[in-house]
Design a protein around this ligand. Structure first.
Ligand code: 4AD
Ligand code: MG
Length: 469
């Protein structure tokens, strides 16, 4: 049988049963005849209190070996504690362990163990990312992340979407932004030494290949067969941007629907976010309460209000008009045709909409080649979902399903249509209106936890100059 988790033990009725608790020591406190050891195993936010009673006449209540271990027991040690589950007189917990035996499984010498009882800065914890999951903050982030990952599958599976695994290595630049990591088995050092240019015909795949920036193009091919699909996997961007919202490796969720337009896409995105916020409030209450108290005050109210509100809609053109009225407050002056900066996005959601807002119909020049052209021939059926504090959480569009127009756009952008002939086949054979979006999973976790830096919501962040662990 598996060792019972502290989460399970904490929910048992206090019927004086004997059991063993295993986990890592958070704190040890002494009070007259009592020694309290808080043990946490990460299964829940809450630790279990184990109370050792020395007895009234000296140490009569505990064996010499238990006393010896207790006297040197330090934060971070792993232990097995035997005792009786009893009602707890302390507030904030129903049960505790009246402990009578203790085994130290692994020590954690206080002189060298980096995680002490005091509060550590997030910057410091990033340097010891292999230990940070043992803190309240990172334990909570990890549990929320796991619950929401499962929630993503629940949401789509319950709505008839099939999970598709799209390739991680690819030869095409789905977003056309050129920010890709090359994958090669060519010997770059000997090439450099010989002064020869690489011949990619001799490379592993026979052509230049990369880590994917998005599974969208392949997801579209499956939507053109299974109607509703979604992906959930890693994406890679070699953008040289050192911000609190960008990672070089992040996880993205990309639903794609056949026989759907931009309106359907906007509704799906709104339902999706509301579903996930409701879920996390329901299923991770202790973790979210911790974020509310220590990371971002008011986050619970904010999440609830998003669930209850209707998302605002605004076109890019109207959004720029709003921004131009306040041009003085921005570092980057807004104008029609500009890419919205994160300061613009935050202004739109926080000051103009006062909540989530979906911006639609962006200029074609600042969006990817596959988006459906509007009648004005200047804008495309794009949508970005912006939320307070964060800005863009979702980006998507209705796709160009007309072969001639898509080919024209690719030509304008200097793309090689031959490379994308498989993608164009979707427009040649049984084409249909379709739409989808991408949500950065880490942006979602940032939003629901209030964590300011995206590097603190993924176990091992990869960013410019950072591939440690
Ligand atoms: O807006 P993006 O670039 O859109 C796409 O990749 C489309 N193929 C999506 C689609 O229509 N299927 O990225 C989508 C989302 C962004 O809104 C953002 O949440 C996240 O992915 N994202 C990043 N997250 C972390 N680090 C980065 N460098 C990110 N780049 C995008
Ligand atoms: Mg985007």
């Amino acid at each position: 049988m598996l060792t019972p988790l502290i989460k399970e033990i904490l929910s048992l009725p206090a019927e004086s049963q004997d059991l063993t608790v295993k986990g890592w020591v958070r704190t040890k406190r002494e009070l007259k005849n009592l020694i309290f050891v808080e043990v946490n195993d990460g299964s829940s936010f809450d630790s279990i209190q184990c109370t050792f009673d020395r007895g009234s006449d000296g140490n009569a209540g505990l064996s010499p070996s238990v006393q010896a271990i207790l006297s040197t027991l330090s934060t971070g040690s792993s232990v097995a504690i035997q005792g009786r589950l009893v009602p707890s007189p302390a507030s904030g917990q129903n049960v505790e362990i009246a402990a009578y035996d203790l085994e130290r499984i692994g020590e954690a010498p206080a002189e060298t163990y980096p995680l002490q009882k005091k509060r550590h800065s997030l910057e410091f914890l990033r340097e010891i990312a292999h230990l940070r999951a043992r803190t309240n903050t990172f334990g909570a982030v990890a549990r929320v992340r796991s619950r929401l990952a499962f929630g993503v599958h629940e949401f789509f599976q319950n709505r008839g979407f099939r999970y598709v695994h799209t390739p991680i290595i690819t030869a095409n630049d789905a977003e056309g932004a050129g920010a890709m990591f090359q994958v090669t088995t060519l010997n770059l050092e000997s090439l450099a030494a010989s002064g020869k240019a690489p011949d990619y015909h001799n490379d592993f795949f026979g052509k230049q290949s990369y880590l994917t920036v998005s599974g969208q193009l392949e997801a579209e091919t499956y939507a053109a067969a299974l109607s509703r699909v979604y992906t959930f996997g890693p994406a890679f961007r070699a953008e040289n941007s050192n911000t609190t919202r960008h990672l070089a490796e992040f996880w993205m969720i990309e639903p794609e629907m056949a026989f759907a337009d931009l309106k359907d896409n906007m509704l799906l995105a709104e339902d999706f976010l509301k579903f996930l916020f409701t879920l996390v409030l329901q299923d991770c209450p202790e973790d979210i309460a911790f974020f509310d108290a220590h990371i971002e005050k008011g986050i619970i109210t904010a999440l609830r209000s998003v669930v209850d509100c209707r998302f605002a809609h605004i076109t890019y053109t109207d959004a720029v008009k709003e921004l131009e009225k306040q041009a003085a407050v921005f570092e980057f002056k807004p104008f029609w045709g500009c890419d919205l900066q994160s300061e613009h996005e935050k202004f739109l959601t926080e000051k103009v909409a006062g909540g989530p807002v979906i911006v639609t119909d962006y200029p074609k020049a600042i969006k990817a080649f596959y988006m459906k052209l509007n009648e004005d021939e200047k804008t495309v059926r794009a949508m970005d979902v912006l939320v307070p504090r964060l800005g863009e959480i979702i980006g998507g569009s209705q796709r160009e399903e007309n072969l001639a127009r898509l080919e024209k756009r690719m030509l304008e952008l200097g793309m090689n249509a031959e490379d994308y002939s498989w993608y164009l086949d979707l427009r040649r054979y049984g084409t249909a209106p379709h739409a989808g979006f991408g949500m950065g999973f880490e942006r979602l976790i940032q939003y629901v936890t209030g964590m300011a830096n995206i590097r603190d919501v993924i176990p091992y962040p990869r960013a410019v100059g950072q591939a440690e662990f």
